[in-house]
Design a protein around this ligand. Structure first.
Ligand code: NAP
Length: 322
């Protein structure tokens, strides 16, 4: 066992439930920051390394949550959280649970009800960095729900990274998480697909990356997307510098080039479908960002119409006139 760095009586004991790659990083970071740390995992041997450092391994979930006022849960999903915490029973009453596993806003709301019934103070969260970046001051950790829990235990949360409280709606952290991952996967796929396209002529990814990213980040992301965000909020898509029709034409060229070069055309075909849908809905003379009006709605007409949707529709009619 090694001496725990900087541990003082001021450091709140913390329990970590779940020792996948992320839970291990959380537990080790909390321990390094001086918090007396207890862990529990379904496969107890995953704690072996932590135990050699001085972390306490609990035999049961009830013992684990009883060891600390605050329990950080980092399991595969919300279903696993319910299954793992259920046997803790009354040991959870009066304690704080911070969940950092990923899921959906509806699942986050469900845990809030579950926690309230058991007298548990609950904060939902999402981690926006991989395990090696846990504990770095700039690593973004999103939280939503109880502001009181967030404020009271901010020191614990700040030892893991940069804690951002998004609002009182407990579903916001996982909603942001899904949105940011959506951005990440779509952007990564965009780059990989583009690299495959130039790769069809023997261009190495390493040659393409510099040019592509130098072009994409300053001119597309900063100059266009960031600058256009206020217009996105207003639903204002002037087509004076280029229309959806023109962009559909460009996307068709991408699709046909993929077909000619023997590259998978699925991704540009999906973009083409979205642009065609936007034109069908009346956005043909507006700029490409009007495709966001297509993204805002599920494709089936089965969703109940909300006030927001009818507002969006009215606004979109306004754009056509403008
Ligand atoms: P993971 O594979 O998502 O989760 C592993 C953990 O879940 C282990 O503790 C595992 O226990 C437990 N588990 C799975 N099924 C279980 C069951 N039926 N009963 C009890 N425990 C069960 O690995 P992770 O990478 O540590 O991720 C944990 C959470 O952090 C996820 O929600 C993930 O989305 C999020 N996250 C991960 C990363 C990352 O880069 N890894 C980044 C951001 C967010 P055993 O060890 O016994 O299998």
């Amino acid at each position: 066992m090694t001496n725990q760095p900087s541990a003082t009586p001021r450091h709140t004991p913390v329990t970590v439930i779940g020792l996948g790659p992320m839970g291990l990083a959380l537990a080790e970071t909390l321990w390094k920051h001086g918090h007396p740390t207890t862990v529990w995992n379904r496969s107890p041997e995953r704690a072996d390394n932590l135990v050699t450092k001085g972390v306490h391994r609990a035999d049961t979930v009830a013992e684990a949550v009883s060891a600390s006022p605050v329990t950080v849960v980092c399991l595969k999903d919300y279903e696993t959280l319910h299954a793992v915490l259920a046997p803790a029973g009354d040991a959870l009453r009066g304690r704080v649970v911070v969940n950092l596993g990923s899921g959906t806003p509806h699942e986050a709301h469900t845990v809030v009800g579950w926690a309230a019934e058991r007298g548990v103070a609950y904060l939902d969260g999402a981690i926006m960095v991989p395990p090696p970046l846990v504990g770095h001051p700039g690593s973004v950790f999103l939280y939503s729900g109880s502001q009181d829990v967030f404020d009271e235990h901010r020191a614990i949360l700040a030892s893991l990274g940069d804690p951002r409280h998004l609002g009182s709606d407990p579903g916001l952290a996982v909603l942001y998480n899904a949105a940011l991952l959506d951005l990440m996967y779509a952007t990564t796929n965009g780059f990989l697909h583009a690299a495959a396209l130039v790769g069809s002529a023997g261009v190495p990814a390493v040659d393409f990356a510099g040019l592509a990213l130098d072009w994409f980040l300053p001119s597309v992301v900063s100059a266009t997307l960031a600058a256009q965000a206020p217009r996105l909020d207003r639903g204002d898509y002037p087509g004076d510098m280029g229309t959806m029709e023109m962009n559909l034409n460009a996307i068709e060229h991408i699709t046909r080039t993929c077909e000619e070069q023997g590259i998978h055309p699925g991704q540009p075909r999906l973009m083409k479908e979205m642009a065609e849908q936007a034109i069908t809905e009346g956005y043909g003379a507006m700029n490409y960002l009007a495709v966001s009006e297509v993204f805002k709605k599920a494709p089936s007409a089965s969703r109940p119409s909300s006030r927001q949707e009818s507002q969006g529709f009215q606004e979109s009619q306004g754009f056509q006139e403008g």
